[in-house]
Ligand binder design. Structure first.
Ligand SMILES: [Fe+2]
Length: 155
């Protein structure tokens, strides 16, 4: 349904739930990067008025998600950690060729962002179904319900 070629191994949740602080930190950076990507698209393609309008709305939504995740970190008495390299994101980025016309570059950047969002949505579902921490599972269910209709429009 999300257009992903390979599903995440369901055991992924069992591995990552041993370090909820790390999940929340990684997630917070994903939300921050989604907002940053939307701002970057505005800066790179200001002549696409409809895109700019949509990206402004997206920046607001993603930064609100960032705050929600940051609040979860603070609720647990933690401080957000440092960002880590994400091998999946690196490989997805490298899949798309560099260069080409501005339109091709825009399409590649939008596809790249949609793939990252699709993977996030899939993992939100896994977290919502499998996490033993039911409060956090419900949090991920609420995020998945918001993101899924947008992703399914992309694929
Ligand atoms: Fe988000």
């Amino acid at each position: 349904m999300l257009g992903l070629q390979l599903p995440t191994d369901p055991r992924w949740v069992n591995i990552v739930e041993k370090n909820i602080e790390e999940i929340l930190t990684d997630h917070a950076y994903c939300e921050q990067k989604a907002a940053s990507t939307a701002i970057s698209l505005i800066v790179s393609f200001p002549e696409y008025t409809e895109l700019v309008q949509e990206m402004v709305a997206l920046v607001k939504e993603e930064i609100s998600h960032f705050k929600m995740v940051h609040d979860k970190i603070l609720e647990r008495g933690w401080v957000m950690g440092r960002d880590r390299k994400d091998e999946y994101v690196i490989q997805v980025t490298q899949f798309f060729p560099k260069g080409g016309s501005r339109t091709i570059q825009l399409v590649h950047r939008l596809l790249y962002a949609a793939l990252i969002e699709a993977r996030s949505c899939e993992r939100f579902r896994l977290l919502s179904e499998e996490l033993e921490d039911k409060s956090l599972a419900n949090f991920y269910r609420s995020l998945m319900v918001r993101v899924k209709p947008i992703i399914t429009q992309c694929f």
